[in-house]
Write a protein that binds this ligand. Structure first.
Ligand SMILES: [Zn+2]
Length: 353
């Protein structure tokens, strides 16, 4: 059975290709993080090497070895730890040395299975030399070798590489589909399944990680609390927070981007509640806070700040000065300051009127 959640069209396409023995020799799986690209790639590797008649069975020796990453003919290539740096930092690209090793291995016949499968995780990180080297292999297909490239953005890959692969797009699932899978397949209790599914934005892998690792939810809680604190602070305190975030950004861009995504979810929820769509909000566990908070805002204010968050995210992606961008965002954030300013203005106009 195919383990990947949803993606029925892609799975049936692969299944038909397997039945007709008309597989491509290279696939490019494109989709957001945690949507199921690696699961699908491993499922395909299992289907190709499975010893049962209903493939992939998930139970034969080959299927089990592939699931536990111990099958000699299934290799995953991705960003590795840099052994030369003292603290074993993650390398920033997939190097040509890794692709050369892969090519050598691909030139040998399968060791224990029927097919050799090479999965390149984060293909957008291939260095230019590595991508050119890979291209040669993709141009000269060999019988029992299949390459599966995984990427969040195929626009970052050379067009020559993309054109040699069969491109399959994995879209995020409906939140209800993730919720149903969490309950029925993993036995997660309904309330938790609902929250995790909403927070996953349709990417089941995230929900499963959060289900088994409490730190993801506690980090989220901390970030929300910090956001609420900033909303209620004066500009001086907000600027301290902006400076902290800017310093964090220099260390790890991803973390700050995640923070902004979380802010976006929060303010979108406020907008949804404002227009009466409480049932589709993301932060279902914070409904009471959101409902209370929304009373202090006009819809136009919420919309304007959503635009500001999106603009800030875009500016950071384009390498604008992080501190400046985040300080402007703090100024734009409607909170205690703007509410009290508005109250003051109303009071003055009443007085003057
Ligand atoms: Zn099997």
């Amino acid at each position: 059975m195919w383990q990947v959640v949803g993606q029925t069209r892609t799975v049936s396409l692969l299944r038909r290709s397997l039945e007709r023995k008309s597989l491509a020799h290279a696939y490019l799986l494109v989709g957001p993080p945690h949507v199921g690209k690696m699961t699908l790639a491993l499922n395909l590797a299992q289907a190709l090497n499975c010893e049962a008649t209903e493939r992939p069975c998930g139970e034969c020796v080959a299927c089990q070895k592939i699931a536990s990453a111990t099958h000699a003919d299934v290799q995953v290539i991705g960003l590795t730890k840099d052994d030369n740096s003292g603290e074993a930092k993650l390398r920033t690209e997939i190097g040509i040395d890794q692709i050369r090793q892969m090519q050598h291995s691909a030139s040998l016949p399968p060791f224990e299975g029927k097919y050799k499968i090479f999965i390149i995780e984060g293909a957008e990180f291939l260095s230019i030399e590595a991508a050119n080297c890979l291209l040669k292999t993709l141009e000269e297909p060999t019988g029992k070798v299949i390459f599966v490239l995984l990427t969040v953005n195929d626009g970052l890959l050379p067009a020559t590489v993309v054109s040699r692969c069969q491109r399959l797009e994995l879209a995020p699932l409906a939140v209800t589909e993730v919720e149903a899978a969490l309950s029925s397949r993993w036995g997660i209790e309904p309330q938790r399944a609902k929250l995790l599914a909403r927070l996953s934005h349709g990417c089941p892998g995230w929900a499963l990680s959060a289900a088994s690792d409490d730190s993801l939810l506690s980090q989220r809680a901390e970030k929300i609390d910090r956001l609420l604190e900033a909303i209620d602070s004066d500009y001086e305190e907000r600027f301290v927070y902006a400076t902290q975030l800017a310093a964090q950004f220099i260390q790890n861009r991803g973390v700050v981007q995640e923070t902004l995504d979380l802010w976006l979810d929060w303010w979108r929820d406020l907008m949804l509640i404002k227009i009466g769509c409480d049932d589709i909000i993301t932060n279902v566990d914070r409904l009471a806070t959101l409902v209370e908070m929304v009373k202090g805002y006009r819809l136009a204010q919420i919309r304007a700040f959503i635009n500001s968050i999106q603009a800030a995210g875009e500016q950071l992606r384009q390498n604008a000065n992080p501190r400046l961008v985040l300080e402007v965002l703090m100024l734009d954030m409607p909170g205690k300051e703007s509410r009290s300013r508005e109250k003051l203005a109303t009071r003055l106009s009443v007085k003057n009127g």
